[in-house]
Ligand binder design. Structure first.
Ligand SMILES: C[S@@+](CC[C@H](N)C(=O)[O-])C[C@H]1O[C@@H](n2cnc3c(N)ncnc32)[C@H](O)[C@@H]1O
Length: 239
């Protein structure tokens, strides 16, 4: 394990929102142990405007405000100088490529960490995206008010893949989407709850049989709940 924590820098107009989410639970504890780190930078601090304004009206007319390129570019530059390296920068946008477990894996493998940029209002001046961002990532085919929820989701999914954040690697290699399948159903005590019993096989103590049952359940669930994933899995096996 490297001595420098895997770090995610987040450019946002709402640093407290992002920090509050990531400072809790597993990510908060991993940060306290020095395995990961994150910092939410206030974009407004980099505005050259006397009122610390970070947005303006859209050229060509239309609703709402568009975030200026200058404070965003200056914030990115300052963070890179602070960290002493160029940082892979991701614009969170509903027009980006859909975020997946595979993308989380790729981002977790980037040495040192990444930077996430949260838009707000009607979005961000396209020239900032063209000149400063390495890629655009979307949380899904819907529109959020701002990029903060998307940034927390991406940061959380990436952080849990960093070695040492979870107790064991099996915690994530066993889960939904790791190998193209959804996870098998999980049960805990009591063995019977409101008349519903845990499947017998899980009480057998026979791990080979349990593993076989879990694999069958994972396949069945994927076929039924996500036929698109099941088809993709088949195509990949044919290759
Ligand atoms: C209201 S949205 C702007 C939507 C933009 N006018 C459009 O139609 O594509 C404001 C900001 O929220 C964030 N955002 C909204 N939906 C998102 C999504 N599905 N995935 C990632 N970020 C999103 C982006 O950072 C975006 O700049």
């Amino acid at each position: 394990m490297s001595n420098t924590p895997y770090t995610i820098d987040i450019l946002t107009l709402f640093p407290e929102t992002v920090s509050a989410v990531l400072a809790d639970s597993i990510t908060g504890r991993a940060r306290a142990r020095g395995i990961i780190d994150f910092f939410a930078w206030q974009i407004r601090d980099f505005s050259k405007n006397r009122q610390r304004q970070t947005d303006d009206y859209p050229y060509g007319g239309g609703q709402g405000a568009v975030m200026n390129a200058q404070p965003l570019a200056d914030a990115q530059r300052a963070v890179q100088i602070h960290r002493g390296r160029k940082i892979h920068t991701i614009m969170l946008s509903p027009a980006g490529q859909p975020f997946t477990q595979e993308k989380a894996r790729q981002l977790a493998a980037i040495s040192g960490g990444i930077m996430l940029v949260c838009g707000h209002y009607e979005g961000v001046d396209e020239r900032f995206i063209e000149s400063c961002c390495d890629e655009c990532v979307s949380l899904g085919d819907f529109v959020l008010t701002g990029g903060e929820i998307a940034a927390c989701a991406v940061a959380d999914a990436v952080f849990r893949l960093i070695p040492g954040v979870l107790a064991e690697e099996a915690c994530f290699t066993d889960e939904s989407h790791w190998n193209g399948l959804l996870e098998y159903p999980q049960y805990t005590r009591p063995a019977v709850w409101e008349g519903r019993a845990v499947p017998e096989v899980l009480l057998s103590g026979n791990h080979a049989v349990i593993n076989k049952w879990r694999r069958e359940q994972a396949e069945q669930r994927t076929k039924t709940l996500r036929p698109d994933l099941w088809e993709k899995q088949g195509r990949e096996q044919e290759k």
